[in-house]
Design a protein around this ligand. Structure first.
Ligand code: HEM
Length: 171
């Protein structure tokens, strides 16, 4: 059991830290920088996400973090025993887990159209750099809505990592 927990913790914490760190960096710094560069910035984002495979790597990291976390949650709670879940530690891990799952759902459901739109830029020639960002037959995106949900996603992930880091020591 010790080896299993060791492997699960390693996978969970390394992939979870990568997931949270990448989203914080992308949403708070990289996206606004790309936006400041207009169409060129959008092509930069599309290249990072799809040609450099940041998006699929993030999906794998998030899925590994959630999978290993769910396995440890099952083990720690003795098969979802309510007596463990309602302890301060159980509640801390539960709140963190729910926040992380909500952030994952936001990326998959609410932010997906934005990713699909960026993917279409890869097929455009560099001459597209002079186009306005939302022009030329690409699907329209409500940028304020994307920004709002991206910031909610960041808040949920920061809450999740803080809850996970402290759950064991809650009084
Ligand atoms: C944003 C994603 C996540 C991050 C960054 C994260 C981070 C962490 C960290 C740093 C720990 C170590 C805490 C300690 O040992 O005191 C931990 C433990 C744990 N996490 Fe997460 N976590 C995430 C998502 C999840 C999810 C989605 C679940 C459940 C579905 C989960 C369940 C657990 C459990 C049960 C433990 C305790 C493991 C043990 O007994 O050693 N985590 N997490």
């Amino acid at each position: 059991m010790n080896t299993l927990i060791l492997v699960l913790r390693l996978l969970h914490i390394v992939s979870g830290a990568f997931w949270v760190g990448s989203i914080v960096l992308a949403v708070l710094f990289i996206e606004p920088t790309a936006k400041a560069f207009g169409a060129t910035g959008e092509r930069f984002l599309a290249h990072a996400l799809f040609r450099m495979r940041l998006l699929p790597i993030l999906v794998v990291a998030a899925t590994v973090a959630i999978g290993a976390g769910a396995a440890m949650y099952w083990i720690d709670s003795g098969g979802l025993r309510i007596e463990w879940i309602t302890t301060p530690t159980g509640l801390g891990f539960t709140a963190g887990a729910l926040a992380a799952l909500a952030a994952y759902a936001i990326a998959l459901i609410v932010l997906k159209p934005q990713f699909d739109r960026l993917a279409t830029l890869l097929d455009k020639p560099p001459a597209g750099e002079v186009e306005a960002p939302s022009s030329q037959g690409r699907p329209e995106i409500d940028e304020a809505r994307v920004r709002r949900w991206s910031l909610i996603q960041v808040s949920l992930l920061v809450f999740a990592i803080a809850a996970m880091a402290t759950a064991r020591y809650l009084p």
